[in-house]
Design a protein around this ligand. Structure first.
Ligand code: GUN
Length: 293
């Protein structure tokens, strides 16, 4: 079994990007600039946004965190988005999800200029991705295909089973794996809460991507010998013995599954760091398209 080390791979990608930033600085250009909008005080979102901002600083990007109160109205948020859309000093931005219940997520994502939509959530980018056109690709599934690519895992013709059909992970993942490109060309089954007899399907999979959010859900009786296992789960499970009072737990019962898998991503240190690296990569693309390089 080989561990797909997302931490190391993401550090490689960040080093490559920081070399590009150094070159820009030598030419007297400004660095790429990513902004993040966070509404409210959800603990997990604060952590994710914090690490996105820190990663920017580490590689020499500019970053701006716009932290708005939970009580922010939809109109106020839309105004903020509009000002980021027109700010020439900001190359790309994200609106951290989930948003408070009184705000219409769809309306907000639709308001983001597709040219600055480094999350790849706007229908223009999502549609382009589905059509194999150049676009911003959502960072989590993008990070997964990048990880497979950097470990030279050929998924062409293989059966990939994706668990979970969220707009952020499962659905774009199913599109990327089946694209006529490399990595891609997999035969994909997208499963979800209404899927019948999931185990019979996952047992046929050469590659399983689990994005369900149920800790330790995937066990060895659900996979075939030598399967590639990608764990997108990052649930906070209460644990009083830990300083933070919780432990981040994946969808995959790692200890139980690891010897049966050919490759496996750990949690933490697998898909999570890759998501951040690909967000930085998307920001570089946004910058390159608009800055005078
Ligand atoms: N919430 C969970 N994952 C993501 C992500 O990739 N981007 C944004 N904006 N919000 C998220």
């Amino acid at each position: 079994m080989i561990i797909l080390d997302g931490k190391k791979t993401s550090n490689d990608i960040k080093s490559e990007l920081s070399v590009l930033v150094d070159e820009l600085m030598k030419k007297g250009k400004r660095p790429p600039h990513l902004a993040a909008v966070l509404v409210g005080n959800d603990g997990a979102s604060l952590t994710y946004v914090g690490s996105k901002v820190r990663s920017c600083e580490k590689i020499g990007y500019l970053s701006t965190l716009i932290h708005l109160p939970e009580t922010t109205s939809e109109d106020e948020l839309l105004q903020q988005i509009n000002s980021l859309n027109t700010d020439k000093e900001v190359d790309g931005f994200i609106v951290q999800l989930p948003l408070p219940k009184h705000i219409d997520e769809e309306k907000v994502l639709m308001a983001v200029d597709p040219h600055k939509d480094v999350d790849g959530f706007h229908p223009t980018n999502f549609g382009k991705m589905a059509l194999d056109m150049e676009s911003f690709v959502p960072a989590t599934p993008y990070g997964i295909v990048e990880l497979l690519d950097r470990y030279r895992i050929d998924i062409s013709g293989k059966h990939a089973v994706v668990i979970g059909r969220s707009n952020i992970v499962g659905r774009p993942m199913s599109i990327l794996l089946s694209r006529k490109s490399s990595p891609g060309n997999a035969t994909v089954t997208l499963t979800h809460s209404r899927t019948k007899n999931l185990k019979a399907i996952t047992k046929e999979a050469d590659i399983v991507v689990s994005a369900l959010g149920v800790p330790n859900f995937l066990t060895q009786d659900m996979i075939k010998q030598g399967a590639i296992i990608i764990d997108v789960g990052i649930t906070r499970v209460p644990d009083d013995s830990k300083p933070k009072g919780y432990v981040i737990t994946g969808d995959v019962n790692y200890e139980n599954v690891k010897e049966k898998a050919s490759y496996i991503t750990p949690v933490p240190g697998g898909v999570g760091p890759m998501t951040i690296a690909m967000l930085l990569q998307n920001t570089y693309h946004a910058y390159s398209r608009y800055a005078d390089l």
